[in-house]
Design a protein. Structure first.
Length: 416
């Protein structure tokens, strides 16, 4: 043991002999630095510090910095789990669609004209009211036309009796065939005159040609109607059940239709393609109809194709002239994954969402978007039916951050 201690002492003595010149050099430089610093004037001190004081201050400052550094290195910063809301993508059958602006137009529009002369004696409807087929709308003074019918009826009756008498006399050879023919002619003329008189009497009453919506009356009671070959316009009636909605699709959407089924007949969707409409105060597209007409050519002025849908409109909600939002579905139904539009994010790389892995850590998931359905959007690539998508609380998320998820179920989407 003594030999071991003796060898260690000799080794340390030899090592100190090598390090002593270096220590002496460092110590001299340290003293020179302190001496130089002691000559510097410090503004807020009235006297200069000694080299010994400056040395102690530097040693203390280095010790404080080392202590702070060691203390901070001993801590591990961990962020608490961030609360988020997650949901599985909504799996639902959908069809592609295109939306456009449209205008409601009546199924039929008819001008009610007076075809005989006379004073207007009655108006049988309220302006803007719904009327039934056959309802009495206008009456033109009838007295002269009634008397005309009575006069023609008397002539007709006389001619009929005379014709019958001449036929009886002919059987007895008491008259000639010419007399019979003349009686027949007078009988037929009187019959035609009576029929014409009855027609003119019928024109004094103007009735609704169909169930429809009346406009305002254009002439008041007491107005004399001096008819012309075109008649005198009294009012307009429109049939609104069923009713049309005209709309247009732009060239881009039209090419989508063609791309869905390139082998289909150009007119194959007419009377088969479902269309949906909604007014400005409607939520979604509650009115269901069918495509009724498609123009043959795309307009070179607007670059769009005019289409028309027909709607039953049994409740008369759609009124001519109203603006309507129109959605036309096309293509075959397909199963799709949908997520809320608000859950999707976008940057220079592309669209993405946050999903949770098995450790409940947030991960960035690139996606490709398809058709948008108001609050939902179709995801064509990037997600599966079991993906836990963050739909709320992702603003403060970062990749690999631990979360505290709350799972919810997305409501099924109403397609119209």
């Amino acid at each position: 043991m003594k030999d071991l201690l003796l060898k260690a002492k000799l080794l340390l003595t030899e090592l100190w002999g090598h390090l002593r010149p270096l220590w002496t050099s460092l110590l001299s430089r340290w003293n020179a630095l302190l001496t130089k610093l002691s000559t510097v004037d410090i503004p807020f001190l009235k006297k200069k510090l000694s080299p010994r004081t400056i040395g102690i201050a530097i040693v203390v400052l280095i010790a404080i910095i080392a202590l702070i550094f060691l203390k901070s290195c001993g801590k591990t910063t961990t962020k608490p789990p961030i609360p988020v809301t997650t949901a599985l993508p909504l799996s639902q059958e959908i069809r592609s669609f295109a939306t456009s602006d449209g205008v409601v137009d009546p199924f039929l529009t008819v001008n009610l004209d007076a075809r005989v002369k006379g004073y207007l004696t009655k108006i049988g409807f309220a302006d803007g009211a719904m009327v039934k087929k056959g309802d009495l709308l206008f009456v033109i003074e009838q007295d002269q036309y009634i008397q005309e019918v009575n006069f023609k009826k008397a002539i007709y009756d006389e001619a009929k009796i005379e014709y019958g008498r001449q036929k009886s006399l002919l059987k007895e050879n008491a008259t000639s065939q010419a007399a019979v023919d003349k009686a027949l002619s007078q009988y037929q003329q009187s019959e035609a005159s009576l029929t014409l008189a009855k027609i003119n009497l019928g024109y004094t009453e103007i009735r609704a040609p169909f169930d429809g919506l009346m406009g305002r009356h254009l002439l008041d009671v007491g107005t004399y109607l001096d008819t012309t070959s075109k008649g005198v316009k009294l009012a307009t009636i429109q049939q609104i059940s069923p009713i049309y909605v005209y709309f247009s699709v732009n060239e881009r959407d039209f090419l989508k239709f063609e791309e869905i089924d390139k082998n289909a007949d150009k007119k194959s969707n007419v009377n088969t393609l479902p269309v949906f409409a909604g007014l400005q105060n409607d939520k979604g597209y509650p009115h269901e109809g069918v495509l009724d007409y498609a123009a043959n050519l795309i307009s070179t002025e607007t670059g769009s194709l005019q289409l028309r849908g027909i709607f039953k409109n049994e409740d008369s909600t759609l009124i001519p002239g109203l603006y309507a939002r129109v959605m036309a579905q096309y293509g075959k139904p397909r199963q799709a994954l949908l997520v809320p539009v608000t859950a999707t994010l976008n940057d220079q790389v592309g669209d993405y969402v946050y999903v949770l892995d098995e450790a409940k850590r947030a991960q960035r998931q690139p996606i490709k978007l398809g058709q948008r359905f108001e609050k939902y959007v179709e995801v064509t690539e990037g997600l599966t039916a079991s993906s836990q998508v963050v739909i709320n609380g992702f603003i403060n998320l970062s990749v690999n951050q631990v979360t505290n998820p709350k799972a919810v179920t997305l409501e099924a989407m109403i397609l119209k």
